[in-house]
Design a protein around this ligand. Structure first.
Ligand code: SAM
Length: 327
């Protein structure tokens, strides 16, 4: 079925990023301030039944792909049960998950059985002291989780590395070697000025063209493709299976091909990562909105989808934390 979710610029929405909690067990400095603890009460979060209902409505309107995110999605206690219900919905063809992997060792096999098909892992450094400085966590937990995901049969596993000047810009080649060794896909991401935390990190902003040029000196990068419909531009290192993607929301935005919307754990539907336009669904669900009206509400919400973000022109626009919306 073709998507019935079409915005005023003719873009079809087929992809939902679903934040299942705003809570996170680490504090990446570009995402959440150090010591931040002002998370939503769990009672404010959509229940499992409410999430399944909203995703069901999205899938009936043609959304095929769902990515579970957070906060850290694995801190949500019912994540495996929720995944199993979502992957079983008619119309959902691809259920994936973004994680910092620190809790993945205990969840990997169950997630696979629950129908999660693909996993993305955030990993900015391979050095334990630096890892702790960036996010307060333990590198060994993330690496153990990552290897558990590999052993559980997830493939491809994508590593997301936020490339930051003066923070991890001496590690790009090491990360390439690590991904080659383990058969992971590597994606570099530019820092975005989302919330005060993201803006504080903008002094470390690195246009990814610089990373691409540097890697081209060292490796034979051929233009590549990667199934998945995301915004990354891919290359493949000649003679290897390694794909390297560049996600450039700042230096080369890709809004004209945007096919996604985002739902927060509290049921706010955001139409764009770079704007504050949203529709609140939770109260409507709790007030007994009918299935037909819920679908109409989602269709109508698309009218609010902005043409593009203005991270460069208006970097102070987004005040919510990335952990709230899930990246
Ligand atoms: N906890 C999960 C994880 O670590 O992947 C999912 C949520 S996290 C908010 C999703 C992604 O957003 C991560 O890859 C993270 O690095 C990225 N992110 C957070 N703040 C960012 C920022 N200011 N600029 C660029 N990426 C950011």
């Amino acid at each position: 079925m073709k998507s019935q979710l079409i915005d005023p610029f003719g873009r079809k929405v087929e992809y939902l990023r679903l934040s299942v909690t705003d809570k996170c067990n680490i504090r990446c400095f570009y995402c959440l301030p150090k010591g931040f603890n002002d998370f939503d009460c769990t009672s404010q979060h959509l229940t499992q039944d409410e999430i399944v209902r909203v995703v069901g409505a999205f899938s009936e309107l043609g959304v095929r792909r769902i990515r579970l995110t957070g906060g850290e999605p694995l801190v949500r206690k019912d994540i495996c049960q929720l995944s199993a219900r979502l992957s079983g919905l008619p119309g959902v063809e691809d259920l994936s998950l973004s994680t910092n992997a620190s809790l993945l060792a205990q969840h990997a096999t169950k997630l696979k059985k629950s129908g999660v098909a693909r996993i993305n892992v955030s990993l900015d450094t391979l050095r334990a002291d630096r890892f702790h400085e960036i996010n307060g966590g333990k590198l060994s937990d993330t690496l153990t989780g990552l290897m558990a995901a590999k052993a559980a049969g997830f493939a491809p596993i994508k590593i997301n590395m936020v490339a930051m000047k003066g923070i991890n810009d001496d590690e790009f080649e090491d990360m390439v070697a690590f991904c080659l060794q383990h058969d992971f896909t590597l994606r570099f991401i530019e820092t975005m000025p989302v919330s005060s935390a993201g803006r504080n990190a903008s002094e470390h902003y690195l246009p990814l063209q610089e990373v691409e040029d540097r890697l081209k000196h060292r490796f034979d990068l051929l233009p590549g493709v990667m199934p998945g419909g995301g915004p990354a531009r891919y290359f493949q290192i000649k003679g290897t299976r390694l794909r390297i993607g560049f996600i450039t929301p700042i230096s080369q935005h890709f809004c004209e091909t945007c096919n996604r919307v985002r739902l927060t754990a509290t049921g706010a539907l955001y139409l764009c990562l770079g704007h504050e336009h949203k529709i609140e669904l939770r109260q409507q669900l709790r007030d007994g909105i009918s299935d037909e009206m819920l679908k109409q509400c989602l269709i109508d919400a698309l009218a609010l989808k902005p043409e593009r973000h203005y991270f460069e022109e208006n970097p102070t626009q987004v005040v919510r934390f990335m952990a709230k919306i899930g990246g």
